[in-house]
Design a protein. Structure first.
Length: 266
């Protein structure tokens, strides 16, 4: 068997080959391959990549590669930064790049390194997900952006780059379910809407907190009337229970919601 490769067998008896390399005392798996030749080519390519600082991430697409792009990024980062990370991350001083291809990557703060070094990002329908505790979790929620939020309305990337997920570059405009920030004559106000059979206006409020609590109050009224919809709850962690209750009690809710007939029983 050639250096860095070995034969393996699947449960059904099929033979395949694995490749690995040891660099600066670190044993690195390079993956599995259908033939011994392919495994050996991956081993040789990994050796060249680890020895030559002239090869970078951009060089991956110059010709057909034996290594996957994932392994290519991992090895380049390990060679340059001395840290082995099992996801396709390249570290910079205060941020890192998470690569999908040489020209396709996301930017994150270094504070997120631990999380994304152990969570692989996948794409589905234009959304970005990680597997967390057995569930597919949209990474936008990590930055306070709710599911179905609309860029430009509910949040924005300050520098205009939608690949830049550094915390200072994400401005969440509408943090709470059912709440939309509006502007008139240079001043902001907050509009609350809730969906029953169609969208209903709950009311217009001076503060975001009032608007969020108004949504909760409207949802409670509708649930009492038998509208069994799983309305999300707006949590206001900066308010004490007493402060929350005082606002809740005094909030005005649209008569269209208060006067809705009870939901028909099945």
């Amino acid at each position: 068997m050639s250096a860095g490769t070995y034969e393996a067998k699947r449960k059904d008896g099929t033979i395949y080959y694995r490749a690995s390399i040891t660099h600066q005392g670190k044993h690195i798996s390079l993956g599995s391959f259908p033939t011994q030749k392919a495994a050996q080519q991956a081993y040789q390519e990994a050796g060249r990549l680890l020895r030559s600082s002239r090869l970078g991430i951009d060089d991956y697409e110059n010709r057909r590669r034996a290594l996957s792009f994932l392994k290519w990024v991992i090895l380049v980062n390990y060679r340059d930064k001395g840290i082995y990370i099992k996801t396709p991350i390249y570290m910079e001083k205060s941020f890192f790049l998470y690569f999908f291809s040489p020209a396709d990557y996301l930017i994150f703060d270094i504070d997120d390194l631990f999380y994304y070094s152990s969570h692989t990002i996948s794409r589905r329908g234009g959304h970005l997900f990680v597997a967390d505790y057995g569930m597919q979790v949209n990474i936008m929620s990590r930055y306070g952006i709710k599911n179905h939020a609309v860029e430009g309305r509910d949040y924005r990337f300050v520098n205009g780059n939608p690949r830049d997920f550094r915390y200072g570059n994400i401005e969440v405009i509408n943090r709470f379910s059912g709440v939309r920030r509006k502007e008139k004559n240079g001043s902001y106000y907050y509009e609350t809407r809730i969906h029953v059979r169609s969208e209903y206006l709950v009311g217009v409020y001076q503060t975001e907190e009032e608007a969020a609590i108004a949504y909760n109050k409207a949802a409670s009224i509708l649930i009492t009337k038998g509208y069994e919809k799983n309305y999300p709850v707006n949590y206001l962690e900066d308010l004490s229970s007493k402060e929350y209750q005082e606002i809740y009690k005094d909030l005005s809710i649209s008569s269209h919601i208060r006067n809705l007939k009870d939901a028909p029983q099945n």
